[in-house]
Design a protein around this ligand. Structure first.
Ligand code: HEM
Length: 234
């Protein structure tokens, strides 16, 4: 029965309902346990059955009641947690480099030139079926005669000029003259573009269009000779 007594306040602590306003009942912590019974003896003490204090002695509720003004950490919003960064130190800025509206890490205006646009748009030409670069590779190594001549020749510009039609087109690249007739429908840039160099030296135009293309390899089986200067009339 002793444990029941602990749950009820003693008559002296009970306030008189009729006479005075209700007083705050101070819950005192249970007395500290005396560790004298460490030897394991079963001697029962009355205090052993004391219920634990509720709310616990150092609970948040208890703190709130006793010290409402003490700062219990409150949940902050994102903006409260991360205030905006401080304004950049304008003293450290380079004179002449604008900071407003662009941010401090903007590239200096002297290096921000607009890229130079190519003057002419490169046309993508749809090649006819069976005229892919792979098809050309197969044809040129097939052993088929693509030169149209029996042996390599010395070719002056006047002779080169005579081969400038779609059926018979020669062109010179880097001092070598090629019969480009068979290659015309295989050219990724189109027949029309390639015909611009028919009957003449196309080295310059070729280099300005696609210097990375290996013309020597692509047209090796179309070689007809070497470009030479015009023989003297005397
Ligand atoms: C017989 C010599 C030539 C050969 C072997 C040749 C070969 C090629 C090759 C392989 C390409 C594709 C390159 C690539 O996509 O990167 C190409 C594209 C092109 N070629 Fe030629 N070419 C020759 C002469 C010329 C000439 C004289 C012109 C005249 C302007 C020309 C104009 C073009 C153009 C405009 C393209 C672009 C096509 C594209 O972007 O898809 N080519 N040529």
């Amino acid at each position: 029965m002793s444990f029941l007594r602990n749950w009820f306040p003693t008559p002296s602590a009970v306030p008189s309902i009729s006479t005075s306003p209700p007083a705050l009942v101070q819950v005192s912590p249970p007395p500290a346990e005396d560790d004298q019974d460490d030897d394991g003896s079963d001697t029962e003490k009355e205090t052993d059955d004391n219920p634990p204090a509720f709310p616990s002695l150092n609970s948040a509720q208890r703190m709130q009641v006793q010290e409402p003004s003490t700062s219990i950490p409150k949940i902050l919003t994102d903006s409260q947690l991360m205030p905006p960064p401080p304004a950049p130190n304008l003293i450290n800025r380079t004179i002449g480099v604008p900071t407003s509206g662009r941010g401090g890490l903007a590239v200096p205006p002297t290096t921000t030139k607009a890229p130079v646009k190519p003057s002419k748009k490169r046309e993508k030409v749809a090649l006819a079926p069976g005229h892919s670069p792979l098809d050309w590779a197969a044809l040129k190594s097939s052993g088929q005669d693509l030169r149209g001549v029996d042996s390599l020749m010395r070719i002056p510009p006047s002779v080169l000029k005579q081969h400038k039609t779609r059926d018979d087109a020669w062109s010179a690249f880097n001092g070598k003259v090629y019969n480009i007739t068979a290659y015309l429908p295989f050219h990724p840039g189109g027949e029309k573009e390639l015909m611009r160099v028919a009957g003449r030296d196309g080295t310059k135009l070729f280099a300005s269009t696609h210097a990375w293309v290996n013309v020597e390899f692509m047209l090796d089986s179309c070689l007809v000779g070497f470009l030479v200067s015009e023989p003297s009339s005397s």
